[in-house]
Design a protein around this ligand. Structure first.
Ligand code: GCO
Ligand code: MN
Ligand code: MN
Length: 389
């Protein structure tokens, strides 16, 4: 591989322990790779050139570990972090693997399960903060239903709101420097998951007691599962000041959660996403929530991790080329040109402006006849991405 797309810590590339560590089991087959220890994973991502690792509580400390085991595991992990310079910018709770959470966690119908989920999350927040995390992700994997007979979505929404409010207070009470990022997914593992899109999460955040502490963690594959344009969701989150974190991966539309290597499938969508993040100056982690194909061995996992970062950096380079391309920029200028004959109508409302606009003569036929030149522009983008320009 060429040296010009080498990842550096400044790029803020991160991987979950559960991503590089994914042993390749699926609903139809056994794991195909040896399960790496958290310490081994830290070394793999460090060698690949990443900046950090993120984790669920139980990616590091097994759910049934006692206090002494927990202390030993955390100490070994911290040693691996300091040996490699790898940091932990984000942490989260596993509220979906254990059978206790089969009906959800914060939205479960059983009040004991809801209380246990809060307890587990407070403990996991303590662990995340101890490891240096500044972002805490909530992915409600099992916060949903197979049958609407079982749960009222209004009750579920109320329970989820109460839980996030409670945990915001917990963070404030402990004076932790920590923000929450809510991650939407339309389905899988539940038949339907509540708050299924990033847009739904943004609406929900406005109903919380401390909305300033809470943003979103949009995931590319999750919006694509619903057939949506991921970059548009990211743009809305950015506009709202809520893009606290991002999960990058790829997959085909309207399928199960494929979690493919970033850049592996939708070239143009990936390009416009990277272009958006780079153009606006997003400064958070670029987290790859993906895993290697089930066909891969340990070396293939490294290819996967290096590939995610390399593709991002290539698309970042393409962004610079797009922004510097005279022909593309001239077309964009033409497409977006102001028109002095209507400039006075733009912006804030006034009664005079409204009356003048109502009286203004428009040549509707000419408006409809104008060619926009998007075909030409889009082909230039294609040529650029294919390395022809
Ligand atoms: C998934 C999710 C998870 C979350 C993770 C951290 O579909 O499995 O994307 O990987 O991102 O639980 O919140
Ligand atoms: Mn996912
Ligand atoms: Mn994710």
């Amino acid at each position: 591989m060429s040296d010009s797309y080498q990842p550096k810590p400044d790029h803020k590339f991160t991987f979950g322990l559960w991503t590089v560590g994914n042993p390749g089991g699926d609903a139809f087959g056994q794991p195909v790779r040896r399960k790496l220890s958290p310490v081994e994973i830290v070394h793999v991502v460090a060698e690949a050139g990443a900046y950090g690792v993120n984790l669920h509580d139980n990616d590091l400390v097994p759910i049934d570990a006692n206090a002494a085991e927990c202390d030993r595991i955390v100490a070994e992990f911290k040693r691996a972090l300091s040996d490699t310079g790898i940091v932990v910018p984000m942490a989260t709770t596993n509220l979906f693997s254990d059978p206790a959470f089969k009906d959800g966690a914060f939205t479960a119908n059983d009040p004991k399960v809801r209380a246990y989920a809060l307890q587990k999350t407070m403990r996991a927040i303590d662990l995340g903060v101890e490891l240096g995390a500044k972002i805490y992700v909530f992915w409600g994997g099992r916060e949903g239903v197979e049958s609407d007979a079982a749960k009222n979505p209004l009750d579920a929404g109320k329970r989820f709101r109460e839980a996030i409010n409670f945990l915001c207070e917990y963070v404030r009470d402990n004076r932790y420097d920590l923000k929450f990022a809510l991650e939407a997914k339309p389905n899988e593992p539940r038949g339907d998951i509540y708050l299924p899109t990033t847009g739904a999460m943004l609406g929900f955040i406005a109903t919380l007691d401390h909305p300033d502490m809470v943003g979103v963690n949009p995931e590319m594959a999750h919006e694509q599962m619903a057939g949506l344009d991921f970059m548009h969701a990211v743009a809305q989150a950015w506009d709202a000041g809520k893009l606290f974190h991002i999960d990058l991966n790829d997959q085909n539309f309207c399928r199960y959660d494929q979690d493919f290597r970033f850049g592996s499938h939708n070239l143009k969508q990936s390009f416009f996403l990277v272009k958006f993040l780079e153009d606006v100056g997003y400064a958070g982690s670029r987290h790859f929530d993906a895993h290697a194909y089930r066909t891969e061995d340990a070396e293939g996992v490294k290819d996967f991790a290096r590939g995610c970062m390399r593709s991002y950096l290539i698309l970042k380079d393409k962004t610079a080329r797009f922004n510097a391309d005279a022909e593309i920029q001239a077309l964009l200028k033409e497409i977006n040109a102001d028109d002095p004959t209507v400039a006075a109508f733009a912006g804030k409302y006034s009664r005079d402006k409204a009356n003048a606009l109502k009286a203004h003569p428009f040549d509707r036929i000419a408006l409809g006849n104008r060619g926009m030149r998007y075909e030409k522009l889009d082909q230039l983008v294609f040529d650029l991405l294919m390395g022809i320009r």
